[in-house]
Design a protein around this ligand. Sequence first.
Ligand SMILES: Cc1cc2nc3c(=O)[nH]c(=O)nc-3n(C[C@H](O)[C@H](O)[C@H](O)COP(=O)(O)OP(=O)(O)OC[C@H]3O[C@@H](n4cnc5c(N)ncnc54)[C@H](O)[C@@H]3O)c2cc1C
Length: 391
Amino acid sequence: MSETSFTETEERRSLRKEVARLAAGYGREYFVKQARSGGKTTDLWLEIGKNGYLGINIPEQYGGGGGGIGDVAAVCEELAAAGCPLLMMVVSPAICGTVISRFGTEEQKQRWLPGIADGTSTMAFAITEPDAGTNSHNITTTARRDGEGWILKGRKIYISGVDEARNVLVVARTEDARSGRLKPCLFVVPTDAEGFEYTPIPMEIVSPEQQFSVFIDDVRLPADALVGDPGNADAGLLQLFAGLNPERIMAASFSTGLARYALDKAVAYVKEREVFGAPIGSHQGLAHPLAQSKIEIELARLMTQKAAALYDAGDDMGAGEAANMAKYAAAEAACDAADRAVQAHGGNGITQEYGVAGLLVAARAGRIAPVSREMILNYVGMHSLGLPKSY
Ligand SMILES: Cc1cc2nc3c(=O)[nH]c(=O)nc-3n(C[C@H](O)[C@H](O)[C@H](O)COP(=O)(O)OP(=O)(O)OC[C@H]3O[C@@H](n4cnc5c(N)ncnc54)[C@H](O)[C@@H]3O)c2cc1C
């Protein structure tokens, strides 16, 4: 984002155009066909990787484009706006790519980042557990020392894309050698490691990307599977915090892209469909809700761009508030846009042929994951308004 105006730079705008052009070659039909047939979006994933869009935020010396979170968020938004929302973009380049770029050892960066950047070695992210839920302080996946290495044990739930990932960045806890207190720590676990098992959770989202229950049964890991410096007692916590803003900015872009796709479909339909001798879009009962969506989407995009600009400028605190607000606004905009798109289509809105109702659950998931709207409201209540912590 340029400093003197509220428009994106020329470079960012042309990035959007290039990605939109690439995505149009796939489109919603491709995405839904893959989802309904049990297929994957690997060819699209590898093509965006090959063109340098997937790892655009990864440092150049590790195979990336050397750009910022704003760039990779723009890629994510344009893909979703073309009907191909790729959840793994939030996870692999944005969360895992950021954590490893910022905290990995030199050797770890060289080993993992190039494959994240070109899409050949996707990394999933696993923090959620069945019993801990939103309260990630209560996770029980544990790492214990095994000579030089580690033994990992625990269970995770709703982990996206494990079947498409080569590795998973797993959040666990371990005992601090000095204080004896449990502290968070992050491990890169190969999906083919012995004792690492996963089963798909049947979800109602129309997407080739699936969620999994993960069972980690005494998985043996080498010493360097632990991300970063083992001597730093707060390393895991810092790493987790570092992933939060990118995660929220990307989730916001995912939702605004989805919202744009839904709105475009609705607008095209109401311009054509006639039932009382004029296009149904001429009735304010339909035009106004769609105009509201246009406003909500633009507001969410603006806040997302602000969050990304602050984050890329190194202002983590400022970015935190903006990223939470952007994520909130974008999820709301997407839910409203999907619902209004269904309404505008009448009965056709519920058919598979028109493919609008399928957007409802995907948009709705944005209110829950990766962070729920309630936790965002908690954040804004506490940090922006100075209200007492309520939980
Ligand atoms: C499509 C999808 C993909 C996902 N992918 C991943 C992934 O790749 N990796 C991963 O680790 N996780 C993933 N998740 C998990 C996701 O991050 C969690 O579902 C989410 O954090 C909520 O946790 P929970 O489902 O346990 O809900 P719970 O913690 O059981 O919460 C249930 C409800 O209670 C509310 N609530 C809880 N505590 C409070 C409070 N203090 N104040 C107000 N309200 C509260 C929540 O907001 C929510 O509405 C995914 C989830 C989905 C749906």
